[in-house]
Each structure stands twice: as structure tokens, then as C-alpha cells.
Design a protein around this ligand. Structure first.
Ligand code: ME8
Length: 650
């Protein structure tokens, strides 16, 4: 079985933005997942370089069209290389081999009687590279897809008999209910086809930047319509019309596209393939549209998110995770740095990164970094069962590209590990002399991390390779089979000590979108805030404080990063607390009777952050933890749910 995945080929009229990166990330993830399972996999991406739009963009840039296309195509390829996108082939529609294949297909359709010569009179949108009948235009002039002005065109043209494929297409959608994914988009396509298909103009004579007709047709006035040329890339890449050796990879497992070009892929492309007597791709999967802070991205607004800029600042794997986790496949998504930072801090740093750090710390202390799964089943059969209840079924979400569901459920596995540490408190077991039990919990968590990392690998390949290396194994088909399918546990290994995998991010790292896009603060609200500041305290005498007086104390959420006992002290622990500042805060707290140093690491606390530093037993303490004490003892006050470090309380 072979799995052939494709991205759209992107137009070379501008550099890649976050939307292009999203499609490419998903396709890369699917290809990597397929390879991980040991299936033969081929992944195609590339650039779409012909047509009036490119010709005009090159002219605007004052460059020869081919040189312009070369330049922009290289920016896409370089970006994907920098992102380590695992494509097998990068096709360009200006490649000579592609042209041969396109001409071959054209001739075949013509000889079959599916292409005929006529005259086109109608409207053309250069930006969408699409013809529209008068009836579909907005106000008789504007493109129904992008709203730009259309051009009136009257020229000789060859037509493809799309109308003849109407019923065949409807029958195909009916017989293959999962041809279009997500299924919610299926009706949209069916209704469009039911609305009636017009024959499609597939050549142009008013410009020259395109594939000429086959020489044997003796008609050099025409170049091919860019969408016919572009769609055929999926088979010319496999040698169609030249050397069919790679055509055994056809039909594609899945074409990944944005919803903007679903119609071309789910209607025109299947009709062309039927005409060429080729099987149809198994799935066309269309994702939604990304906006930035709720606004459509556009060059004129200056709010286009550059994937390169984001990845330089936040890391490409964090970006992959965010985009595939944040948005249900098929729905529109919004790129906001706040949401991105929350995902990094809460899912990656807290749930995953801390879990790894905790077992590195504990195994270092208890067993000289050696981790052995020998007692895991004995002490943790319930946790193993809970983990497999997710691992056994979670992969089904990838069949329909439901990346967010997949990741959401996969995170339940990390929760099993985090819960086990809390419930079994290995540091208590060690104190009680139950070393086997303590080590079994550490080993359980190592197995949780190993198994979940295998499935996370297609989403975050480099990061998960680091985790696997730390845990003494390699991610490949053999370990996928052994650890996930045969449910084996890790062999004994010595865990490697590494630093935090996901440093927390506290402030947006990228410049915000231009201010003009932000809603100005309503005047009424501003006034209310100002008057609140100035409000005098009538209740001074009663010992009540004002709002402002309360806020003289800065209370913040922090995460304990390190903790150790203060030598010779019965009560004190020395903590390093992350408060989202440049440096960690050192706080000395008298809580040793109630908490051990190990159990505090990775947990969140509430900190008085603007207390004058003081020395306790000669050690500087720059803050205080909030705690409550009664006759049963002392407990720390903590946020009910994890919060961003440095969040103010009040
Ligand atoms: O349409 N949100 O190329 P193109 C989500 N050459 N995805 C987005 C996006 C956004 N804001 N912007 C772009 C073409 N995309 C043709 C394709 S295929 C035979 C020919 C992604 O450069 C999304 O995948 O305009 C969309 O379908 C594609 O880029 C369009 O890229």
C-alpha cells in the first residue's frame, strides 16, 4: 500500500504566509505518520508559476517573468527546507517535464472529444484565475469569490466538456461519501454541481505565459488555462505522459487544500481524471481559513503573519503544534499570539516538559538516572489500562485529519503520567522505604512519555526525537510497533539529563499587528478607570482599605523550578520561582514541615512579589509564598487551574 500526499502548488506572486505553512504542516504530518507506520509514502509540494496573475506580478516588479518565478519559487522551497518539511519532490509548473505531461493530457482529452474549440465571451478574475458567467458576478462586475473587478473577455478558446461530467461526478460523490473531507463540506460541492456545470474554457489567447498547446495541434495562439496546467501537476510529478514508472503511486491518498480551492479539486480535477481514464484521488481534504487577531490577512493591511518570523521567535515545532491543535480541521482559525503562548506554556511546558523534567530529577535522586520498567505492571496496571484506553483509539482521528481531536486526546496520556506522580508521590514512598514502588512510578511516566512521543512525532519530529533520545530509544517503525502495537514497555535505560524542552514564553515575542486594527479604548471606560484610581477612601477609619491600597501589594502566580533544603534549618526550603521575569526569584519559605523539596518542583504558587528582600539564615529571600494555616497544619494557596507565570492576582 502506498500513500501519496500533496499540498496545493502555491502561486509565485508573493512569499509564503502562515496559511501556506498550515497546509504544508498538515501534509508533512500525514506523510510522516504514514512513514512511521511503515507504509510506502510519497509527498509532493511545489509552485504554480503560469498565468496572467504571475505575468502581471512580474511586470509590476520590473522583472522577466521566469526570473521572477525562479526567485519566488526558491523562497518557498528554502522555507520548507528550513522547516525540514519532508517532501519527496518539489515540482514547478515551469519544469520542462511538467509541460510535456500537460500537453500529453490535453491531446488525450482532445482526441477523446472532451475538448472542442469555440469562443469565450464572459468575465475573468485574474486574481482567482477563474471565469465567471455574468449571472454570478456581484453588481454585474465584481468577482463573487474575492470581490475584485473582473475583466470582460471575448476570445477564441478551447473548452472542456465539463457539463458532460455532471451526473458522473454526482454519482461518484454518492458512492464515495468520504471523498471530500471534512464531510461537512461535501454538500457545498454537491449543490454547486447540481446547480449545473458549464463547459470550461481551458485555453487563453490574450497572453503568452503558459504551456502552449501540443505542437501536433498546430495552434500556437493558445496557452493552457492555468488551473488545467496546475491540477495536472499531481500526475506529471509521477511521470505522466513521459515515464510512467512512478504512476503506480497514483491515485493519491489525499490532496490537502484550503477551502478556497476545493471546487477546483473536487469538481474540475475529478472530471479531468475521468476524461483521462485515471482513477480519482481517495480524498480531497479542505481546511479553513486563518485570520490574524480576527482580521483577514492582507498585504495592504500590513497584518500578514510571516511563518519565518514566527518560527524564528517561537520555534517551528511550537508553531506546528499550535496550528494543528488550535483549530478543528475544516474550520477557520485565528492566529493570536496570546492563544499561541497559552498553548506553549500550558500544553507543552506544563503538561509535557515538566513531566520529563520531573522524572529526570527523581530518577537522578533515587536510582542514579537508571529507569527500569520491571515493576510497572505490578504497581500501575490501572494507569497502564487508562493509557491504552486512549492510545488504542486515538489514531482514528487522523483518518479524517482531525488533528485537534487527536492532540487533545493524546494529551490525556500525559495527564495519566502527571496524575500518577501526584497520587503515588514517589518522594513519600522513598521516605517510607518503598523504593520499588517509587521507581515503578518513575518508570511508568517514562513509558507514558515514550508512547505518547511516538504518536506526537509526526507533529513535532525534532522535539520528540530529543525526548526519545533522553529515554534511550529511537522513534521508527520498529519502536512504533513494539511500544504501541505490541504494548511492550521500555527496556532498562539511563535517562539523559537535559534542560527544559519548552521554555515558557511570558510576553508576545512578535510585534503586534498594526495599531490601527485595534479597537480604541472606549472613552467611557477610560474615564471610569481614571476615577477609580483617584477615589478617596471614606472607610479609612473603619480599617478598610481602598482598591488601590490592596493593589499596593503585587501578588503573582509563579512556578517552582527548583527547591532544596536549607542546610541546618528545620523549617526552611530555598526555592527558585519562575515569575515570568528575566531571572528566577529566590524565595526562602518556612514550609519544610509540610512539603518536601521534590514535590514542590513543577507546581504553581501564589507569591507576594514586591516584598522588600530579606535574609533568612543568611540566604536572600525576595518574596513570600501565600499559605493558609490552621490546627491541621499549613497548605499553600495555589491557582485552581495552571496559569501563565507572572499572572497578577487581584
Ligand atoms: O490557489 N488560511 O495557490 P495559492 C489558510 N496555485 N490557508 C491559506 C491561507 C489562509 N489565510 N492563504 C493561503 C493557489 N492558504 C493555486 C493552487 S493547486 C493545483 C493550485 C493556503 O498560492 C491554502 O492551502 O493562492 C490555499 O488553498 C492555498 O494556500 C492557496 O495558495
Amino acid at each position: 500500500m502506498s500513500n501519496y500526499y500533496t499540498t496545493p502548488i502555491y502561486y509565485v506572486n508573493g512569499e509564503a504566509h502562515i496559511g501556506h505553512a498550515y497546509t504544508t504542516f498538515i501534509t508533512d504530518m500525514l506523510a510522516r505518520y504514514s512513514r512511521l507506520k511503515g507504509e510506502e509514502t510519497y509527498f509532493l509540494t511545489g509552485t504554480d508559476e503560469h498565468g496572467q496573475k504571475i505575468e502581471e506580478s512580474a511586470a509590476k516588479a520590473g522583472k522577466p517573468t521566469q526570473a521572477f518565478a525562479d526567485e519566488i519559487s526558491a523562497t518557498f522551497k528554502n522555507l520548507w527546507d528550513e522547516f525540514e518539511i519532508s517532501y519527496n519532490q518539489f515540482i514547478r509548473t515551469t519544469d520542462a517535464e511538467h509541460k510535456v505531461g500537460v500537453q500529453h493530457a490535453f491531446k488525450k482529452m482532445f482526441d477523446k472529444g472532451d475538448i472542442y474549440k469555440g469562443e469565450y465571451e464572459g468575465n475573468y478574475c485574474v486574481s482567482c484565475e477563474t471565469f465567471f458567467p455574468e449571472s454570478q458576478l456581484i453588481d454585474g462586475e465584481f468577482c463573487p469569490d474575492c470581490g475584485r473587478t473582473t475583466n470582460t473577455v471575448k476570445e477564441e478558446s478551447y473548452f472542456f466538456k465539463l457539463s458532460e461530467y455532471e451526473q458522473k461526478l454526482l454519482d461518484y460523490y454518492e458512492a464515495n461519501p468520504d471523498f471530500i473531507l471534512p464531510k461537512s463540506r461535501r454538500n457545498e460541492v454537491i449543490n454547486f454541481v447540481k446547480g449545473g456545470l458549464h463547459d470550461l474554457s481551458v485555453t487563453r489567447t490574450s497572453f503568452t505565459w503558459g504551456v502552449p498547446l501540443p505542437a501536433s495541434m498546430n495552434d500556437d495562439k493558445h496557452v493552457m488555462y492555468v488551473w488545467l496546467d496546475a491540477l495536472l501537476n499531481y500526475i506529471t510529478a509521477l511521470g505522466y505522459g513521459r515515464d510512467d514508472a512512478k504512476m503506480e503511486l497514483w491515485p493519491a491518498q489525499m490532496h490537502l487544500v484550503g477551502k478556497d480551492i476545493l471546487r477546483f479539486h473536487a469538481i474540475y480535477w475529478p472530471a479531468f481524471l475521468m476524461s483521462l481514464d485515471l482513477p480519482l484521488p481517495k480524498h480531497i481534504a479542505a481546511h479553513g481559513w486563518w485570520t490574524r487577531d480576527g482580521e483577514k490577512m492582507s498585504k495592504s493591511k500590513g497584518n500578514v503573519v510571516s511563518p519565518k518570523e514566527v518560527s524564528d521567535l517561537y520555534g517551528v515545532e511550537n508553531l506546528r503544534y499550535f496550528m494543528m491543535r488550535e483549530v478543528p480541521f475544516g474550520q477557520d482559525g485565528d492566529f493570536s499570539q496570546r492563544a499561541f503562548i497559552d498553548r506553549i506554556n500550558s500544553d507543552l511546558s506544563n503538561d509535557l516538559g515538566n513531566l520529563l523534567n520531573r522524572i529526570i530529577g527523581m530518577s537522578g535522586k533515587y536510582s542514579d538516572f537508571v529507569i527500569d520498567s520491571v515493576d510497572v505492571e505490578k504497581y500501575h496496571s490501572a494507569e497502564l489500562e487508562e493509557m491504552y484506553a486512549t492510545l488504542d483509539v486515538v489514531e482514528r482521528h487522523l483518518d479524517e485529519v482531525q488533528t485537534h481531536r487527536f492532540l487533545e486526546e493524546l494529551w490525556r496520556v500525559f495527564t495519566v503520567g502527571n496524575k500518577a506522580i501526584e497520587a503515588h508521590a514517589p518522594w513519600v514512598k522513598m521516605k517510607e522505604g518503598k523504593t520499588d514502588e517509587a521507581l515503578a512510578t518513575v518508570a511508568l511516566v517514562a513509558n507514558v512519555l515514550a508512547k505518547a512521543s511516538l504518536l506526537l512525532h509526526p507533529f513535532m519530529p525534532k522535539t520528540t526525537n530529543i525526548i526519545a533520545d533522553t529515554l534511550g530509544f529511537e522513534i521508527n517503525t520498529a519502536s512504533y510497533n513494539a511500544l504501541l502495537k505490541e504494548k511492550k514497555l521500555l527496556d532498562t535505560f539511563t535517562i539523559k539529563k537535559i534542560g527544559p524542552l519548552f521554555p515558557r514564553v511570558d510576553e508576545p515575542l512578535m510585534e503586534e499587528a498594526p495599531k490601527a486594527m485595534m479597537e480604541p479604548e472606549p472613552k467611557a471606560e477610560k474615564k471610569a478607570k481614571e476615577s477609580k484610581k483617584a477615589a478617596p477612601s471614606k472607610e479609612d477609619a473603619a480599617g478598610l482599605i481602598t482598591f488601590d491600597e490592596f493593589f499596593n501589594t503585587t501578588l503573582k502566580i509563579g512556578t517552582v523550578v527548583e527547591a532544596e533544603e536549607v542546610p541546618k534549618s528545620k523549617k526552611l526550603l530555598k526555592l527558585q520561582v519562575d515569575l515570568g521575569e528575566d531571572e528566577l526569584r529566590q524565595i526562602v519559605a518556612g514550609i519544610k514541615d509540610y512539603y518536601s523539596a521534590e514535590e514542590l518542583v513543577g507546581t504553581q504558587v501564589c507569591v507576594v512579589a514586591n516584598l522588600k528582600p530579606a535574609k533568612l539564615m543568611g540566604i536572600l529571600s525576595a518574596g513570600m509564598l501565600l499559605a493558609a494555616k490552621d490546627e491541621d497544619g499549613l497548605c499553600l494557596v495555589r491557582p485552581e487551574k495552571p496559569r501563565q507565570v507572572g499572572s497578577t492576582i487581584g
